[in-house]
Design a protein around this ligand. Structure first.
Ligand code: SAM
Ligand code: SF4
Length: 329
């Protein structure tokens, strides 16, 4: 069992399998993003070994993320490999995706044992989708989302609240998710990496989203806790749960149960801090998993109390230099 200095059990890991993406979302990365050379990436076999080691150390939930995880070549091999541990140490294997490849992969993911999936969607308008993602194909993503639903997966839509971009679509998104029996989580934009624009121009506090929703719907606090950072409300009219991830307006670090591994094998003990541990070296230097476990145990003891992101009107941004696509979400 992995326990940090603040007595938080680490039962959840997110593994980013690539920093590459077929989209260039305006809040995530600049249009001309520099990606890592492919030679720096861990192989799929190495990523599988890492996953297995963490499961042996008591991790119950594993999320594959990126960049866009489904653009990595042969990625289904990793899902198949780690999928063998479902019910054998692992309680849940899941992923976060932009949906662009789901038409092709949803059925196979379900067969492997993926039962819940997070799909990012910030707008229901085709033109706006292009503006936000720069490269995305709206119809393809919509077909992917519906394919995941048809395959039998529980779909959760993730929407980053963006001032002046999708604030006028909040009600529409809630209704659409309700009609399709999707859960929906709103996320505050985080100051991660340079994007060629000031974050304050994008930032919409979720307190404003809640106010807006409260004037249209009957919302009650929902006690559900998924082990993640979201707090939930139940919407009477649409009978769905609406989640709120508020790294800026309400810090949720006290219940943090996770660490994140990048595609190059760096383990970040906190999304919002720079400290990291290199797992690639012990992974490559020794076939003995105990060597790797020892490095992980020691690094967990450095897990900080929390992040300290700031976006404020004086534009004193406190951000981390790496983009969200490096550590994944
Ligand atoms: N490409 C996949 C996707 O978009 O779902 C997985 C990786 S993406 C980095 C994971 C999540 O992070 C997405 O829901 C995305 O909207 C969110 N995200 C990206 N940059 C962010 C930022 N600066 N602040 C808040 N959320 C961000
Ligand atoms: Fe790609 Fe996801 Fe970042 Fe958008 S949010 S650019 S889909 S990694």
């Amino acid at each position: 069992m992995l326990i940090d200095p603040f007595k938080r059990k680490i039962s959840y890991i997110r593994i980013s399998v690539t920093d590459r993406c077929d989209f260039r979302c305006t809040y995530c990365m600049p249009e001309k993003m520099q990606f890592l050379p492919k030679k720096d990436l861990l192989t799929l076999e190495e990523l599988e070994r890492l996953g297995n080691v963490f499961i042996d150390l008591g991790v119950k939930k594993l999320r594959i993320t990126g960049g866009e995880p489904l653009v990595r070549k042969d990625i289904m091999n990793l899902f198949k490999g780690i999928g063998k541990r479902i019910g054998n140490g692992l309680e849940e294997l899941t992923l976060t995706t932009n949906g662009s490849q789901l038409e092709d992969y949803a059925d196979e993911l379900f067969e492997i044992g993926v039962r819940r999936i997070n799909i990012s969607l910030d707008t229901l308008e085709k033109n706006k989708f292009k503006l936000i993602t720069r490269l995305g194909n709206f119809e393809k993503v919509m077909r992917g989302i519906m394919r995941a639903k048809k395959a039998g997966m529980k779909v959760k839509i993730n929407t980053v609240a963006l001032k002046g971009v999708n604030d006028m679509e909040i009600i529409k998104l809630v209704k659409w998710c309700g009609e399709n029996q999707f859960n929906l989580t709103f996320i505050e934009v985080m100051p991660m990496g340079e994007i060629g624009e000031k974050r304050i121009n994008q930032f919409m506090p979720l307190t404003e989203v809640k106010e807006l929703l409260g004037s249209h719907f009957t919302l009650n606090n929902d006690p559900m806790k998924t082990g993640g950072p979201a707090t939930y409300m139940h919407c009477e009219e649409t009978k769905q749960k609406i989640g709120f991830i508020t790294p800026l307006t309400h810090n949720f670090c006290e219940s943090c149960n996770r660490v994140r591994i990048t595609c190059t094998g760096n383990m970040y003990m906190c999304l919002g801090q720079e400290d990291k541990e290199d797992l690639k070296k012990p992974l490559r230097e020794s076939k003995n998993d105990n060597v790797l476990k020892d490095v992980i145990y020691k690094a967990i003891l450095r897990k900080p109390k929390g992040h300290d992101f700031v976006i404020d009107r004086e534009e004193k941004e406190k951000h981390v230099p790496r983009h969200m696509s490096v550590t994944g979400g």
